[in-house]
Design a protein around this ligand. Structure first.
Ligand code: ADP
Length: 176
């Protein structure tokens, strides 16, 4: 599903984040930036050791922040690493932190001249954020960015599995 918003496209697709050909892909990392499971593991496996070397030099990332490395052997030129919140009950600042993660990725992308970016569904794996709530925050951040800026031409969400894609599609139909 593709939606035009201002000058840009917001796209929802099912697939593997590590295989995307946008200028940047986003890694839902952990604070150590030393790699992990899920999408994080897939990105480091496909991208090779250079990404991890750069992450180790950066040293770490706070929840809601974002840092950038090259893409190593990936199709994407850059990886933007962000750390989503671990979900507890939704009352510990998780919505704001998840919103910060998306917004900081978009800011880092913009300041590096990146015009196309793919996101996974941050925090909805090992960090257990409920998919419906996470989808709303993710899509609001993307729609808000495209409405307010002209630089990023494509924001793609790469959802893992048909159920996740369906949840995001349902939310986007309500928002746009
Ligand atoms: P987090 O620790 O932020 O929860 P995960 O990587 O564990 O990050 O999961 C985030 C989301 O990404 C989950 O919905 C998970 O199903 C999905 N996911 C896992 N592997 C991939 C992949 N290769 N490409 C895209 N999404 C993925």
């Amino acid at each position: 599903m593709d939606v035009k918003i201002n000058k840009g496209i917001l796209s929802l697709t099912e697939g593997d984040i590590s295989k995307q050909d946008t200028a940047a892909i986003v890694n839902a990392a952990n604070k150590t930036l030393r790699g992990g499971g899920g999408g994080d593991g897939a990105i480091h496996r496909a991208g090779g050791p250079q990404i991890l070397d750069e992450c180790i030099k950066i040293g770490g990332c706070e929840t809601g922040d974002a840092v950038i490395t090259t893409g190593g052997q990936l199709a994407a030129k850059y990886v933007i690493h962000t750390v989503g919140p671990v979900y507890r009950d939704g009352l510990k600042g998780e919505p704001q932190l998840l919103q910060n993660a998306y917004n900081n990725c978009l800011t880092v992308a913009s300041s590096n001249g990146i015009r196309s970016i793919s996101f996974p569904s941050i925090s909805t794996g090992a960090y257990r954020y409920p998919m419906e709530d996470a989808a709303e925050i993710a899509l609001q951040a993307a729609v808000g960015y495209l409405k307010g800026h002209d630089d990023i031409e494509l924001i793609r969400f790469v959802l893992f599995g048909a159920a996740a894609l369906k949840t995001y599609e349902k939310k986007l139909k309500k928002l746009s």
